[in-house]
Design a protein around this ligand. Structure first.
Ligand SMILES: [Zn+2]
Length: 358
């Protein structure tokens, strides 16, 4: 039995009490053969290794364990990655330390993408007031930066340390950062040119890039066992990675604010969804996960006023506007085309895995 509560959007349970997220996870990941996956991974990397200069792949480096481990694995596979960090203005000291040390220890290239602070500030504030969330700004910024830097350096392979095998599987009712949604919320805060600058590429062009394989996204946790507690120690030893073993390390100073909003709006934190994937993967017992979540929720509630003050300062909001953000919903801004695209993608994926199972 998993740890997702009945408040989680779109959750349904079958007769045996298994939730729909567990069913999907099992369909897709439970029979993963890592010996076969590792052969496949080598075959993909081999297509790009040494093919462009001076870098043959790009990786988003947030300073969190997943992105650092991904960079570490790429080097082990003889790749020459360029790392790219989107500076959202809220990187923690630990994240900056981890970025510096990983880049030095692995001897890889690195660039910061740093939008003007005033522009980011306007976006965060507007998204909070309008849709009651701010994370989509950063998510869109990260994605756009990857396309921008890939294009700039002639890199076609973009590698990620995240996959929905080990991350929270959130329905759009819980979180979305699709381009259509972003555009709908932005409204007149950015000019058309400003929006194009921030997005770098239209959705259509992105689709074209993927179809013509001008950009290939590779999610490493789909190919290698991604045992978080084990590799944290390895990273600490090999690249000076800093972050408490056993605790959820955060690379963003606003992560408590994000979780506070999730808790107030949905009664479920993102950590809950994330840990539910780790429970399914056998990395964590149900009891340990529930204990961690209990501790997190207690901590968020005990620090409520500090977290609200942090949001007020960071986003230039009043007390009432914070309450307004808690009441606000992102749902009215979800674009119909995005719904269509994600439904088609989900159907296609489910069909593929059902077929593989049969
Ligand atoms: Zn479940």
């Amino acid at each position: 039995m998993c740890i997702l509560p009945s408040e989680y959007p779109r959750i349904e349970f079958d007769n045996s009490g298994q939730c729909v997220y567990c069913q999907r996870w099992n369909d897709k990941w439970s029979r993963l053969d890592f010996a076969r996956q590792s052969v496949q991974l080598e075959s993909v990397l081999g297509q790009y290794r040494g093919k462009s200069s001076p870098y043959d792949c790009l990786i988003g480096l947030s300073g969190g364990k997943d992105s650092v481990y991904a960079a570490y694995l790429l080097k082990k596979h003889g790749m020459r990655p360029l790392a790219c960090t989107f500076n959202n203005g809220f990187l923690t000291e630990a994240a900056l330390h981890n970025i510096r040390h990983a880049v030095d220890a692995l001897s890889i290239g690195h660039v910061f993408v740093e939008p003007p602070a005033a522009e980011l500030g306007r976006l965060y504030r507007h998204f909070m007031v309008t849709a009651g969330e701010f994370c989509s700004v950063c998510n869109v910024g990260i994605r756009s930066s990857l396309y921008r830097i890939a294009k700039c350096y002639g890199i076609k392979l973009i590698v990620s340390g995240q996959s929905n095998r080990t991350e929270a599987n959130s329905p759009r009712e819980y979180f979305t950062c699709s381009p259509g949604y972003f555009k709908n919320v932005v409204g007149s805060v950015l000019s058309a040119a400003g929006l194009n600058g921030f997005m770098y590429m239209s959705q259509l062009k992105r689709v074209a890039w993927h179809l013509t394989r001008s950009a290939v996204f590779l999610e490493l946790p789909s190919y290698v066992p991604w045992k978080e507690e084990e590799f944290k120690q390895e990273l600490a030893d090999k690249v000076g990675w800093k972050g408490a073993v056993g605790e959820q390390h955060s690379d963003c100073r606003m992560s408590d604010a994000k979780e506070y909003l999730k808790l107030k709006k949905f009664g479920v934190t993102e950590l809950t969804a994330k840990l539910s994937s780790l429970v399914r993967d056998g990395q964590l017992t149900r009891e340990d996960a529930l204990l961690r979540i209990r501790r997190q929720v207690d901590c968020l509630l005990a620090n409520e006023s500090v977290i609200r003050d942090t949001m007020k300062r960071a986003f230039d909001l009043s007390e009432d506007q914070i309450d307004g953000a808690i009441r606000a919903s992102h749902l009215p801004y979800i674009a119909r085309t995005d719904v269509l695209i994600s439904d088609v993608r989900n159907l296609h994926e489910r069909f593929r895995y059902k077929k593989r199972k049969a």
